[in-house]
Design a protein around this ligand. Sequence first.
Ligand code: TXA
Ligand code: MG
Length: 356
Amino acid sequence: METKFWQVSAVNPDLNIIKKAATIIREGGLVAFPTETVYGLGADGFNPEAVKNIFVAKGRPNDNPLIIHIAEDKEIFRLARQADKDPRVSQLISRFWPGPLTLVLAKQKTVPDEVTAGLDTVAIRMPQHPVALALIKACGAPLAAPSANRSGYPSPTTGQHVYADLGGRIEAILESGPTGVGVESTVLDLSTDAPVILRPGGVTREALVTVLGNVYLDPGLSDPRQTPKAPGMKYKHYSPHAEVILVQGARARVAAKIKELTFQYSAQGKKVGLLLTRETWSNLGAGTESLPAFYRRDLGSAWRLEEIAQVIYSELRNCDLHGVEVILTETYQTEGIGAALMNRLLKSAGQQVIKA
Ligand code: TXA
Ligand code: MG
């Protein structure tokens, strides 16, 4: 099929285009759209056939449930039977919605099994992007939407990324430029007494703690012997075609190790890409130009991890576009957004870290 590619203002979306996109979704088609985190691939959440097509288009494993996206608070009651009885829900949504927080709650029977992969819980979020909100409202139905990438590849942060992955496989793409957060929403499980982060993301654990007191991290995120509770977290993920190598240690040692590895891989005939912080570049000092690297990027300062999170997926994709075979990059503090950034980088590196 031919995929329509429609440019839409992120600030003031053209309602004619939104209506055309909504018609496609109401007729059972798939439309990719921007959110504040990454681009999503939307289908009518109450149309099981359309939802099934999401899995086909992405090549997504069938046991991996989808997030339902809503545009009004009250929609949550139609989807989650727990929502009206649990005071944590209203506290969290008044503080963080619209925004990058997904809540996992006991589901209502009406939510199709295709959305939840047969689980008795449902993941729900209200995105903070004018195009996403306008689209959901125009559809008059909640949208089931995973990230709009081919399964396993880094999530898309522009419409062009979506086109590269899903062009010819979906009906339309709404393109509104780069997304703001750059990594996905935080998935928070409230289906048990203790709130557990199943996937770190745009809303930090520190921010959740201010509302909930204790917030736990799913042990399956860091312990390879335990299965993560979010099915999507158990797969190899966020991986470019190039091998990703993470180097960890004190700044000067990291710089020295990166230099050593660049020469080593390039001597093996491999094309090296360097995705480094400003601080590491300045530690490398004079002579960086003579490093035998094929692609090099300053990701920004290690003191501003929000900015690195914004560009990381796009830079992993750029390495592939430039034919890079080995990406050398570094580790970060796991405070704030750093938890999400490191979770994604560790997965894209197959959990391997080289100590400098
Ligand atoms: O920022 C985001 O969350 C983006 C944008 C498009 O909204 N969406 C996104 O969806 O990242 P996806 O499908 O790529 O990731 C959803 C994650 C997966 O790890 C999935 O296993 C988990 O949420 N999930 C969904 N429903 C769940 C449930 N009922 N219980 C546990 N985990 C669930
Ligand atoms: Mg995804």
